[in-house]
Design a protein around this ligand. Structure first.
Ligand code: FMN
Length: 254
């Protein structure tokens, strides 16, 4: 490699990528000119979507791209349900019913540590304040906060959603792999101007999705993702949580 980072010839992966690109499903939607940095920086969790449907070939295309995410020993631990139309409506209705009937809401894994401590507690609170603030909901208004949270079960009106399942016997490493898959999906979506939100909340009331979609205990429900085009006028989408500075979490060793 020379000083400008230019290689003399293409790497095998570059050649393979060209072929893989040619093999992808035609999404029926124009691909944007979107650098990977722009895709990462513009991926923000969206909580209000326009009703415009996401074409099925585009959803397939996102999965065709995300499946190239890395995984330890290439075991590819993902199992996905794509929901639109009737299946999405059925899950939404069943989740709201489970909430109304006060059915058990335990997820099939622990997303967070059992006890909140600093510095994570303060960051979580800042996230909550920011989110509810953007919606004009006062912190002490628990009814409004619950109603806002329940929007998760309406997929924030997104026209498409996915559920993420993982084999029950897999360990931390495979869950880490899954995170890469989910982020790959979200970034591939940006390439078409699509917005997404990963939703642990869709992993609550897991018995509902197990029952509706006939999935046995050999799989756990991680959660899901809503996908669609962001509503630019929705106040909730103005919420843009910040990040730590690089030097707040990095130690440079020589
Ligand atoms: C795996 C995962 C699960 C999440 N679950 C939810 C959720 O259930 N509901 C929700 O409103 N946001 C959820 N989020 C979004 C986070 O709140 C969001 O990523 C975080 O506040 C940073 O904001 P940003 O994604 O807009 O950068 C989730 C994010 C991830 C990565």
């Amino acid at each position: 490699m020379d000083r400008t980072g230019t290689r003399r010839g293409p790497l095998p992966a570059d050649i393979a990528a060209k072929k893989r690109l040619g093999d992808l499903t035609d999404p029926g939607v124009e691909r944007r000119d979107c650098h990977v940095e722009e895709a990462i920086l513009s991926r923000r969790s969206v909580r209000a979507f326009l009703p415009d449907p996401v074409p099925a070939p585009l959803l397939r295309r996102l999965l065709e791209v995300a499946r190239w995410a890395p995984s330890g020993s290439n075991i590819q631990p993902w199992k996905i349900h794509v929901l639109t139309g009737a299946s999405q409506a059925r899950l939404s209705e069943a989740l709201f019913a489970a909430m109304r009937n006060k059915e058990p809401r335990e997820m099939e894994y622990h997303y967070y540590a059992p006890v909140w401590r600093e510095p994570f507690l303060a960051r979580r609170r800042a996230c909550g304040f920011g989110l509810y603030g953007a919606m004009g909901i006062a912190c002490e208004d628990t009814a409004a906060r619950s109603a806002a949270f329940a929007r998760n079960y309406a997929f924030f009106d997104a026209p498409a959603a996915m559920l993420f399942w993982i084999a029950s016997d897999l360990e931390h490493g495979s869950w880490m792999d899954y995170g890469m898959f989910i982020h790959s999906l979200a970034l591939a979506a940006r390439g078409f101007g699509l917005a997404t939100i990963a939703q642990g909340a869709l992993g609550a009331y897991p018995h509902v999705a197990h029952r509706l979609f006939g999935v046995g205990p050999d799989f756990k429900l991680i959660g899901g993702m809503s996908l669609g085009w962001a509503d630019p006028d929705a106040p909730v989408n103005a919420f843009q949580p910040d990040r730590l500075a690089v030097d707040d979490f990095t130690t440079w060793l020589d």
